[in-house]
Design a protein around this ligand. Structure first.
Ligand SMILES: *Cc1c(COP(=O)(O)O)cnc(C)c1O
Length: 396
């Protein structure tokens, strides 16, 4: 067992909670699962009922027993005060920003952030008169020196889902404590099974539920969970934007939660085995925070109780034809966006094009790898042959 695999532990009770939480068979004729309620209108029998604001289900946009169940599960896992569901991870990110930012404010965002998060900040927030500055993902407590009186939010994605820097969240929240600054964390990679940002001082946690929660590449959804300080504002903002996740997608995400622990455990050990194997190949650099060679491995081991299914490799500098030679003929890995499903994916990407605070200066071509549930021998053979084609085309 490697260093990092030792840390694949769930908080006691988590697996039982994932299996039994957020559902009540006695409320649905004994059937195990809460059905997808497809509904807009709720019928009231009397005027007294119509006037009774305490009746829980009054209109489709305000939720159903199914959305309540899923929200309750995520709230419990994140140790939050409450959770809302949105139609995608990107809408969850924009909602979290709009919950805590107003005209004239400033937000600080990690330079390693998911590209569409950056796009929202650089377009919509900017148009609203909200300034964004990007920071070195390894800034730690020096974040305090970057803030101004206008800073109202700091956005973290740990690890960055392309370049895999771990951010020192406890150092950041400690450095900002006592200030009116919301700390937002995109926790899609680790899930609350392996990382609990609110317990490390964050205020809101965001998920692309499309990835690990759904887990089967067949639905899109986002979630935002908040602590006591921000829950009210989050719920109000969510309501006024009229955001809902579709009943079918909510059903699929709820079903995904039932197997999240077994999937995370399996994804982690497969990704680690592949990462170790790749690291031993000539010319391959691996960016995986659970490897002892990763510069943030110490922070990772301190703050995370396990690792996700996604990491990157860097191959020696070569023209685009070498990348094509590799990925165009892969037999097992698919090429595509997203991750978190049962099927393995590979995605060439270029951080040089994206970074603004700290230039990405690693030479070579980056490929992001999502490790799914195919046989490990098949995955290794496919990658090994692909890398050989890459090196051959590059003349190496
Ligand atoms: C995919 C992704 C998102 C966006 O989620 P969608 O459901 O695709 O909108 C946000 N953050 C991270 C880290 C992601 O990988």
């Amino acid at each position: 067992m490697s260093e990092s695999e030792k840390t694949a532990v769930f908080q006691s009770g988590t697996e039982t909670f994932l299996t039994h939480g957020g559902r009540d068979p006695s409320a649905q004729h004994g059937f195990v699962n809460t059905p997808a309620y497809r509904g807009s209108t709720v019928i009231f029998d009397t005027l007294a009922e119509l006037d009774d604001a305490t009746i829980r289900y009054r209109y489709g946009r305000q939720g159903t027993p199914l959305t309540d169940g899923l929200q309750a599960m995520i709230t419990e896992l994140e140790g939050a005060a409450g959770t809302v569901l949105t139609p995608s991870g990107v809408s969850a990110i924009s909602l979290a920003f709009l919950t805590c930012l107003s005209v004239g404010d400033e937000v600080l965002i990690t330079d390693s952030v998911y590209e569409p998060t950056r796009r929202f900040a650089d377009s919509v927030l900017r148009r609203m008169g909200i300034t964004t500055r990007y920071f070195d993902p390894r800034i730690g407590s020096a974040i305090a020196e970057m803030t101004s009186e206008r800073t109202r939010a700091v956005f973290i994605e740990s690890p960055g889902s392309l370049t895999f820097e771990i951010q020192d969240l406890p150092a950041i929240t400690e450095a900002l404590s006592g200030r009116d600054i919301a700390v937002l964390v995109d926790n899609s990679w680790a899930t609350p099974l392996f990382y609990k940002p609110l317990s490390l001082g964050a205020d809101m946690v965001i998920h692309s539920a499309t990835k690990m929660f759904v887990g089967h590449s067949d639905a899109m959804m986002g979630t935002v969970s908040a602590n006591d300080t921000y829950l009210d504002r989050l719920v109000q903002t969510h309501r006024t934007f009229g955001l809902i996740a579709s009943p079918d997608d909510t059903y699929l995400a709820t079903r995904g939660m039932r197997t999240l622990a077994v999937r995370m455990k399996e994804h982690q050990s497969r990704a680690l085995e592949l990462a170790h194997w790749l690291e031993d190949l000539d010319g391959v650099e691996v960016l995986h925070p659970a490897l002892p060679s990763h510069p943030d491995n110490g922070v990772f081991l301190r703050d995370f109780s396990g690792a996700g299914c996604l990491f990157s490799i860097i191959l020696p500098p070569a023209p685009r034809a070498a990348i094509a030679a590799m990925v165009d003929s892969m037999r097992v890995f698919g090429m595509g966006y997203s991750w978190g499903g049962f099927e393995s994916l590979i995605l060439p990407a270029d951080p040089r094009r994206i970074r603004t605070a700290v230039p990405w200066d690693k030479p070579g071509n980056l490929m992001r790898i999502h490790v799914g549930f195919e046989g490990l021998d098949d995955l290794k053979a496919d990658l090994g042959e692909g890398i050989a084609r890459y090196l051959k085309t590059a003349g190496m």
